[in-house]
Design a protein around this ligand. Sequence first.
Ligand SMILES: C[C@](O)(CO)[C@H](O)COP(=O)(O)OP(=O)(O)OC[C@H]1O[C@@H](n2ccc(N)nc2=O)[C@H](O)[C@@H]1O
Ligand SMILES: Nc1ncnc2c1ncn2[C@@H]1O[C@H](COP(=O)(O)OP(=O)(O)OP(=O)(O)O)[C@@H](O)[C@H]1O
Length: 289
Amino acid sequence: MTAPTLSLPAPAKLNLFLHITGRRDDGYHLLQTLFQFLDHGDTLHFTPRDDGQLRLLTELPGVAIENNLIMRAARRLQQASNTTCGADIRLDKRLPMGGGIGGGSSDAATTLVGLNHLWQAGLAEDQLAALGLELGADVPVFVRGRAAWAEGVGEQLTPVEVDEPWYLVVVPPCEVSTAEIFSDQRLTRDTPPITLAAFREHGGRNDCLPVVTARYPEIRNTLILLNKFCEAKMTGTGSCLFGAFPNEREADKVRARLPATLQAFVAKGCNVSPLHALLNKATQKGCNP
Ligand SMILES: C[C@](O)(CO)[C@H](O)COP(=O)(O)OP(=O)(O)OC[C@H]1O[C@@H](n2ccc(N)nc2=O)[C@H](O)[C@@H]1O
Ligand SMILES: Nc1ncnc2c1ncn2[C@@H]1O[C@H](COP(=O)(O)OP(=O)(O)OP(=O)(O)O)[C@@H](O)[C@H]1O
């Protein structure tokens, strides 16, 4: 009998603001941000194997299988849990790469959470988040699955409840390397820390925006265009830009007015990650997702 396949979402995130407040000795940046999830993302399919082999059956252009964050997460969990289980993994990739919406990080987190469940490896959420942090600064928030106020390098997370508007997310025609933006001399790294209350009252900005728009005319031009219809913001180190709307119809209306050549999607903001919403629902029903 073929073992059942577990299919799980790997949602996108938005950084509703991003302040760079300092730099650690190892070069990593101290930041403040607010992460919220979107009900739009990749889907991963896990089929268990009992011979211990791990196989990623979907290739991404420009990413060697062994460097894919899915494979790295699966190997790391296998090692940490000492399991003899393996898996075949397939990926439906929907999220743009280098878009600042955390596609690779979310794939890694879904792999950690999904295989921990499938293998009954029994690692606690804190352990999974720590493994995730080894793979990337954005992985822990996807492991924990709660919209969060984040500090440190993005790993000190405080769950928050914020509005859940509809977002129009626009994908400018370029990929941005996070490392390249963080190493730019022009990046300001001295924004004074703010409180969540101050953010709720006055909002915040994205400190990476001046550097990103200086380096990428495509992003600068798309920002000018989107600003004609809404208050446009950038997530992470770009490339994606977004605007918030009270309902899906308003977001769709603006999307329809953008050039057809510009990639864009409309999605709902979620304070609970769609991955965790699905797993919680399955647990409540006492069945597998
Ligand atoms: C910009 C954000 O997306 C905001 O959520 C994250 O801080 C980036 O998280 P990420 O993509 O998971 O980043 P990582 O894969 O850990 O790091 C990519 C590169 O970005 C730089 N980096 C990343 C995060 C951070 N807090 N400071 C950094 O300086 C480092 O040079 C690192 O080599
Ligand atoms: N499963 C994966 N999906 C996407 N990218 C991956 C994956 N595995 C490795 N990568 C590498 O990671 C890089 C960053 O990918 P990702 O899509 O997470 O960018 P991002 O959205 O800008 O990330 P972030 O917001 O976390 O900075 C890609 O350019 C690719 O080389």
